[in-house]
Design a protein. Structure first.
Length: 137
């Protein structure tokens, strides 16, 4: 890997970490706002592990949608920008399939998104039923 590719990989790692931290923040915030809903689910018979699974699934789906939108956006931008870059600068950017190494990196991002989902899920798992049913003023 060239120096430029290594620098871009490091920058992309920081972007992924920042995105995951943003997702963690929004999941924790939404958990606070949905405390009552979680308590109602528990009162209706859902076990704590069901609530845990719901929250981890939410993080997994959010990460998957982000990956799919990112790949789709990348190919759309390349399809639009490649002819312009070729015409103006003479640099040919070919639309190629995702390599095995890139699939592995995307897999790591997906796993990291699932792991991030464990933090709000553990918090919801530990909350008592009465905590969500009390009215906060």
């Amino acid at each position: 890997m060239s120096v430029a590719e290594q620098a871009l990989l490091i920058v992309s790692i920081f972007v992924v970490v920042a995105g995951l931290m943003g997702m963690l923040s929004s999941l924790l915030t939404s958990l606070q706002e949905r405390r009552r809903e979680m308590a109602i689910l528990r009162a209706m018979g859902a076990r704590p592990r069901h609530v845990f699974t719901l929250l981890v699934s939410e993080a997994t789906v959010l990460t998957s949608v982000g990956i799919i939108c990112g790949i789709g956006g990348m190919y759309a931008m390349l399809a639009v920008a490649a002819p312009i870059i070729t015409a103006n600068y003479g640099i040919n950017i070919a639309l190629t399939a995702i390599t095995a190494h890139e699939w592995m990196l995307l897999g790591f991002v997906q796993i990291a998104g699932m792991v991030i989902g464990f933090f709000p899920a553990l918090r919801a798992y530990r909350q008592s039923l009465s905590d969500g049913m009390t009215i906060r003023i």
